[in-house]
Every structure is written in C-alpha cells, then in structure tokens.
Design a protein around this ligand. Structure first.
Ligand code: ATP
Ligand code: MG
Length: 506
C-alpha cells in the first residue's frame, strides 16, 4: 500500500513539475486535474476549473475553453479515437489583448486494456517561435524578391550540380526556363571543363578565401550553344563543415565590351583625325611653297619646249621634265584638297548617277578587261548634297584601288543604300588581295602606299578622308581579308523636295 502511495506521490510530483500548463480531461472532456503552472498561467482557481468541459465558454478566461475546433476536428476526440497524440496550434489573447500562439498537445493515457481513459492536454506558448517564423518567412520573401528582381543572373546548385535556384535574369542569360531546372546540370552552362575549374578555384583557399571565387571572367554557354562572355563571382554554401550547395552571380559583359570597343574606336578615330589634321597643315604649307617654283618650271620648260626643234637631242629630256613637273602639279593639287584648302562647292545630286559617272571617268579601260562590274544600286535614287567633283574623285580612287588590288581579274561590286537615320552609303567591294591588319591602320595617312614607285603617291585615301569629312560624311573599311575588301562611304541624305523626287530605277 505504501509503495502504491509512493508511486502516486511521484506521479503527482512529475505532473506538478511539468513546466508547461497541463490539465487532464476525462472522456467527457471535463477537467479533472491541472498543475499549478496551469492555474498560475490562466489565473483561475481550482474550483472554477475542475469539472468544467474544455469547451465551456462560461469560463472566465476565454482561451482556456474557446477552441477554434468544431467537433469533427476536436483534437480531444481525435486522440480518443486514434489512441495517439494530437496537436493543434491556437491563436488566443492574453488579458491585455496581446496575441498569443499556443501549441496544445493532447496525449492519451491508456488503461490496462489499452483503452483511452484520460487525455493530458499540455499547452506550450509558441508566440516567440511564431513571431520568428513570421519574420523568417517575411525575410525569405524579401530575399526572394531581391534575388528575382536582380539584374544580375543568380543561380544556385546542389552538391551534384543540379540547379536549385535560378532568377529571371539567369533564365534570360542562359536561355533555360526555371521549369527545366531539374533536367540541367551546372556543367551545361560552361564550355567543357570550366565548371570543374571553377570548383577547383572555389576550394582553393589561396584564391579569394575558402569557398569564395572573386570576380572572374569566363564564357558561359547558352541553351542554343552561343558563348557569352560574363564576369562572375561564386561561393560554396556550407552546412557545418560540409559543402551543401554553390551559388553564383553572373553579369553579361557583351554590352560593356561593346561600349569599350566603341570608345576605343572613337579614341583611335580622334587620334587619326588629329594626326591627319596636323599632317594636313604641314602638307598645305609644303604645297604652297612648291606651287610657285613648280609654276615657273612648267612655264619656262614649256617656253623652251616651244622654241626647240622637234628633233633636238634634248627634247626628250625636256619632255620627261615637263611630265614629272605635271605629275607634281597633280600631287600639289591633291595635297591642297587633302588639307581642305579648296572649299567644296555643294549641290544636290543623285548618288547612283555620280557613281555611274565616276565609273565612266576611268580613262584606263585596260583595267576593266577581266573584271566583272556588278551594280547593286538602291531601287530608289538617293539624294545627297555634296561637292560632286570631289566625290567623283573619291570614288575614282576607290575604284582604281580596287582594280589594283585585283591585279586585272575579279569582281567589283558597287552598292548604294540608305538607312532610317537618313544616311546614304556607297560601298566599293573587290575580290582583291585585302589589306593586312598592320596596313589597315595606315591607309588613310598621306603618302602611305604599297604600290611601286611611280604608280601610287599614297594620297588617294587620305584625300578621300579629308573630302568626306568636309562633306559631313565619312570613309571606313567595312571588311577586308584574303577574299577581298569593302570600303564604305557615308553621307547625310538630302530630304526629297519637289525639284528632286524619288525615281525608281528598279
Ligand atoms: N581595295 C584595296 N585593296 C587592297 N589594298 C588597298 C585597297 N585600297 C587601298 N589599299 C591600300 O592602301 C594604300 C593606300 O591607298 P591610297 O589610295 O591612299 O594610295 P595609293 O592607291 O597607293 O596611291 P594613289 O591613290 O595616291 O595613287 C594602297 O597603296 C594599298 O596598299
Ligand atoms: Mg589610290
């Protein structure tokens, strides 16, 4: 008997020592006992509580009785029926009206036959956990939004390299949908071997610290196989000491590289213009100085030529002197044109007509012998306002350069077109030898020529450069290589007026 009493005493002590408010309910859901913590927590007396049912809403403190459980969801009944513990989360309020979240666990106490005799209900305050959960889920939502709205592509993969996260920018950059994520592996995103190299660097403590990859430039491979230069950073996500996942951020470098290239080109152009301008000034000075002695050489030479008999032994020498002096006059004229000493006299004309005229002006018809000339003119006549003679000079030089490059045989294609920004273009393409990278940067410089002595002065393109600038246009190499060269001229297009209407030549 004493032993039984002892045991009972122990059980009561255990019940009393539970730190959670706990009460015991019988099969009718009546409270038959509660521990002191329960009375303290709900500030209710034994007399007020015992014998009441758990759903008795006349209890002074609503939250003890007022379960949001309808009878079909009643955890008490469920624990009865299943003989297993049931739990629910309940939102209640304390005396001051503050929200409290509780977890109520209903554990069945079985009799000797294994039938449920009582239900122990213990109540745990989970308000703090609930708050943390809420904050955590808000935080997660925020992080999700930050990740999704980032302009950088963000991706994470598990230890096997399976994609577990991909934001919209990553979908766009890589061309995969997040829905394909479980079919793709991180290795698909890089050229062969690169993913492994990145992992090696990530694990190398010397590079960016353990588990971190500092900004690195690599190529990634899009779904359609296109390679895209990107800068990336990556990190290993650890769980304790173990690698759990990897995350990486990518930025597309194409735009940045294009801007850098444009800037570089602009700088080169500027340098070229400055260089040409100073050479131009020098050339103009020299041309002026040479012009006077040259005029007297020609004048006195011609006077001598007229006085000498046709069979005079020195007449041939004099002819050579006069021919070369004549050539020098041409050079001086070109130099003056290059240095923009001769101001352009502009007029409005049809571009295609001017190209045709230039072709007709080439005197040396031998050049055409084995060359096929293809005219690829815009269907509509394009109007420009420029110095026609100067432009003819430019086109003739391009044509002669093209013929020279083809050394007698090939195809010369003349193309004209306009774009939506009201710019007009002439392209002169040949199937000649092409221009080497080294020469390409020099061809617009005065006196640069690869032609044999006496054949070219190297003034053609530098003059063309000056003339195109003077006429608010430009000249550039569109393409060059062993298959030939295309030089493109660009001019502002003149708006169509009543006087000049678009003429279809199609
Ligand atoms: N279509 C082309 N194909 C290959 N090389 C070219 C072409 N056009 C120009 N070049 C190169 O550029 C150089 C310079 O051309 P540019 O017209 O200024 O001078 P040139 O033709 O040598 O002499 P000039 O025009 O004064 O008679 C040429 O000597 C040649 O090396
Ligand atoms: Mg030339």
């Amino acid at each position: 008997m004493e032993q039984i009493l002892n045991e009972l005493d122990w059980r009561i002590r255990i019940f009393e020592s539970l730190s959670y408010p706990t009460r015991i309910l019988n099969a009718n859901r009546e409270v038959i006992a509660a521990n002191q913590v329960f009375y303290d927590r709900f500030q209710i007396t034994k007399e007020d509580l015992l014998g009441r049912t758990c759903h008795d809403d006349s209890l002074p403190y609503a939250s003890i009785s007022h379960f949001p459980c309808s009878s079909d969801k009643c955890p008490h009944l469920a624990a009865h029926e299943s003989c297993k513990s049931q739990s629910i989360e309940v939102q209640t309020w304390d005396k001051n009206g503050n929200t409290i979240w509780e977890e109520r666990v209903f554990s069945p106490i079985l009799d000797d036959k294994g039938k449920v005799k009582y239900i122990v209900e213990s109540i745990r305050d989970i308000t703090r956990i609930k708050h943390l959960e809420k904050r955590y889920s808000e935080m997660r939502e925020l992080i999700d939004k930050v990740v999704q709205s980032s302009v950088s592509a963000i991706m994470a993969a598990d230890r096997e390299g399976n994609i577990i996260l991909m934001n919209e920018a990553a979908e766009k950059l890589f061309g995969y949908s997040v829905l394909d994520a479980n079919e793709i592996n991180i290795e698909n995103f890089y050229p062969s071997g690169v993913a492994r190299e990145i992992m090696r660097k990530l694990r190398d403590e010397e590079i960016g610290g353990k588990g971190k990859l500092p900004i690195t430039n690599v190529d990634i491979v899009k779904q359609d196989g296109e390679k895209i230069p990107v800068e990336m950073t990556a990190a290993i996500i650890y769980e304790g000491e173990n690698e759990a996942a990897t995350a990486a951020i990518f930025n597309d470098l194409r735009e940045k590289q294009a801007v850098a290239k444009k800037l570089e080109n602009a700088e080169v152009q500027l340098l070229q213009s400055e260089k040409l301008a100073s050479i131009g000034r020098l050339a103009a000075g020299v041309a002026h100085e040479i012009n006077n002695p040259l005029t007297s050489i020609l004048m006195y030479g011609n006077m001598m030529y007229e006085e000498l008999d046709a069979d005079h032994p020195l007449i041939q020498h004099l002819r050579y002197i006069l021919e070369d002096a004549e050539r020098c006059t041409g050079i001086v004229k070109n130099l003056l044109a290059y240095s923009r000493q001769a101001s352009p006299s502009r007029a409005v004309f049809y571009l295609n007509n001017m190209v045709n005229e230039s072709l007709g002006l080439i005197r040396d018809q031998k050049l055409f012998m084995n060359v096929q000339v293809v005219k690829n003119f815009d269907d509509h006549q394009i109007l420009v306002n420029a110095d026609k003679n100067q432009l003819c000079q430019v086109v003739i030089n391009l044509l002669i350069n093209a013929f020279d490059a083809m050394e007698g045989s090939g195809t010369l294609t003349l193309t004209t077109y306009r774009n939506d920004s009201h710019r007009a273009f002439i392209e002169v393409s040949d199937t000649g030898c092409g221009i080497s990278d080294e020469d390409a940067s020099k061809i617009f410089e005065p006196f640069f020529t690869t032609k044999e002595l006496g054949k070219g002065t190297g003034l053609g393109l530098s003059m063309a450069y000056g003339i195109m600038q003077e006429n608010d246009g430009g000249i550039s190499i569109k393409s060059t290589g062993p298959e030939g060269t295309t030089i493109v001229l660009e001019l502002p297009e003149e708006p169509v007026t009543d006087e000049f209407t678009f003429v279809s030549i199609g």
